[in-house]
Design a protein around this ligand. Sequence first.
Ligand SMILES: Cc1cc2nc3c(=O)[nH]c(=O)nc-3n(C[C@H](O)[C@H](O)[C@H](O)COP(=O)(O)OP(=O)(O)OC[C@H]3O[C@@H](n4cnc5c(N)ncnc54)[C@H](O)[C@@H]3O)c2cc1C
Length: 422
Amino acid sequence: MTRYVIVGAGLWGSSISYHLARRLLKTQSTSAATITILCATSPCSGSTSQSAGMIISKPPPSPLSNLIQSTVKDIKKFKENSGFVETGTVHLHPPSSSSSSSSSSSSSSSSYKKIAPFLADVCGDYTFLTEGDGYVDPTILAGTYLSSAKKQASTNPRSLTFSLMQNSVVEKIETTAAYDSSDSSSASSSSVSGVTLADERFIPADAIIDATGVFAGALASVTLPFVAVRSHYFNCYHPNEALFPHDMPGVLIPHVGAYFRGSRGGNFLLGVQEKISKTLANDEFRHLDYETLSDLVNGMDDGSEQLIERYEQISELVPEFDEARIVSHHSGLSTYTPDGNYVIGEGKPNLKGYFVASGCCGSGVSSAGGVGEFVANMVCGETSHLAKKFDPARFGKTDFQGEEFKSMCVAARSSKLGKIIN
Ligand SMILES: Cc1cc2nc3c(=O)[nH]c(=O)nc-3n(C[C@H](O)[C@H](O)[C@H](O)COP(=O)(O)OP(=O)(O)OC[C@H]3O[C@@H](n4cnc5c(N)ncnc54)[C@H](O)[C@@H]3O)c2cc1C
């Protein structure tokens, strides 16, 4: 019997549980397995619930492209249970850089006006359109991953048991021998034995997947190579609701650092990227619970400064924005790395059975399906050419709490404007 424990039921943990269940049932020979997914409160209480949920299905080629395609496949499989709204995306670029990407088609001014009548005439010279993009409610998608994982297990209960434990705050990862990474003899013989919860229950485990988002690493007292970066967007209302329908195309404006997307209920979202994002180093928040952390992030500012800075450029491209009203401001944290790649792999040197999946670089909704598949394969011992790109140890001995590392993560985020988003 192999016991898998996933800590964190955000979108990544949920997708991992589903893909692990599938993988185990597909490949299992004689031994049985259990998957237990533990969640501090209810599923998706972290970044997932704060996300704008945009899925840009064909970003420029990068290690993340295939992962995103896997999410798209999952969404197709789940159909309406994925909560996906297909909208397509209009990309706006300054005329000098208006090259169409290979995965997109240039749009004539009449065609973009048909699908996005709220765009100004000046946009016509430099738009292109990608189809197949859209947005999800990430909590619905996560719920579907969880219920599908449970369903998978119920098809073969002798081989696989699946349980979701809510209100189960993991306090510590336990190991079989006292762990000391500086002592190679004791470290090499150490493996995970389970997790202890805040209420002192012990859940045994042979493999632990730490999918706790911005908190990843804290449970095993390891500092991972990412910093927490604030993302934010505004929920807006326009009196002419027909102009901004829920399935309006997403609009990406990298040179301005802004995006629009439709929203159910007559509103639309405007995301504004900061030139220098607000960041938190791990040691600034890891002792906090989500509620206190949310208060801290919301208290950073109300976003108005960034909006004012870009207002003129935005309203030149979307003149109707002048008539819109800001209904609310939403913010949350994502985890960013200097190279824009994720932090997925063995989480601590010589500690067997401890895996991390974090460093989402603000695209964790788009890639959730691929991440789930990647992690499921990894914990089952399958190697992938992407493993090196995502290896938590790839930055060597660096001070991940230091200012230099922080500013590299912020720079990576800024340079990702053209790839989009958050
Ligand atoms: C404002 C904003 C907008 C965004 N927009 C987009 C977008 O448009 N498109 C996109 O692709 N991505 C977007 N993102 C990024 C995306 O939301 C994240 O990549 C994704 O939600 C990460 O999911 P996760 O499961 O890794 O983390 P989380 O959702 O944070 O999940 C971690 C879970 O771990 C649990 N947990 C933590 N500690 C413990 C513990 N000790 N014990 C038990 N459980 C624990 C928490 O309760 C939480 O539910 C956005 C992010 C933000 C903040």
